[in-house]
Design a protein around this ligand. Structure first.
Ligand code: GTP
Ligand code: MG
Length: 219
């Protein structure tokens, strides 16, 4: 049980070495779509209306439970600004899942999704799982990207799709849970002997053995 002297949950999670798997996840998308807000909502259940653009990259850790396994999520929050692209793409390698985010009130951020998808294809594992997230769905009056267009693009790209709101806490937990589930499904597929032709051998260490801590580390 937590006592007054204990570090905050995030720090405890980060230091906690007791887990069965570690999944490295990345948040990507144009600047101001709400990546940092989304992560803060998920990890800390907080939201601030002020915009403090991310410099480079940051991360948070959260532990979830799936099928009696402790899964430590190492969630990297990348800067959307173009000038940090060289730094941020260096972190794609080894990521098992991506949340590719746009803002439903910002057409430019939606138009950029294709480019972000290309970046994933270029810099990450072939079997990394991707969820397309249309954030800020609370701003219905300012919406310029219809839900159907988001869904259609996700279908074209072969991604799962959610609309969400970091501000109103809509679908935030669900998005992360879905990403964890599809990664788990992919791991189980890879464990089936018949599925090996689909694997390119570059993927994460799979199976009942816990992933080595270094396997997901970008350092
Ligand atoms: P970069 O770090 O520059 O890449 O931006 P970001 O994608 O991390 O955006 P950030 O989370 O900093 O949010 C940008 C602005 O949008 C902030 O003012 C947030 O308060 C606001 N915002 C984020 N999510 C939502 C949301 O779901 N609804 C509304 N209405 N505003 C949001
Ligand atoms: Mg940010």
């Amino acid at each position: 049980m937590a006592s007054a002297g204990d570090p905050p949950t995030g720090q405890r999670d980060a230091a906690d070495q007791n887990f069965d798997y570690m999944f490295k996840l990345l948040l990507i998308g144009n600047s101001s779509v709400g990546k940092t807000s989304f992560l803060f909502r998920y990890a800390d259940d907080s939201f601030t209306p002020a915009f403090v653009s991310t410099v480079g990259i940051d991360f948070k850790v959260k532990t979830v439970y799936r099928h009696d396994k402790r899964i430590k999520l190492q969630i990297w929050d990348t800067a959307g600004q173009e000038r940090y692209r060289t730094i941020t793409t260096a972190y794609y390698r080894g990521a098992m899942g991506f949340l590719l985010m746009y803002d439903v009130t910002n057409q430019e951020s939606f138009a950029a999704v294709q480019d972000w998808a290309t970046q994933i294809k270029t810099y990450s594992w072939d079997n990394a799982q991707v969820i397309l997230v249309g954030n800020k769905c609370d701003l219905e009056d300012e919406r310029v990207v219809p839900t159907e267009e988001g869904q259609r693009l996700a279908d074209d790209l072969g991604f799962k799709f959610f609309e969400a709101s970091a501000k109103e806490n809509i679908n935030v937990k669900q998005v992360f849970e879905r990403l964890v589930d599809v990664i788990c499904e992919k791991m189980n597929e890879s464990l089936e002997p018949s599925s090996s032709p689909g694997s390119n051998g570059k993927g994460p260490a799979l199976g009942d053995t816990p992933l080595p801590h270094t396997s997901s580390c970008p350092c």
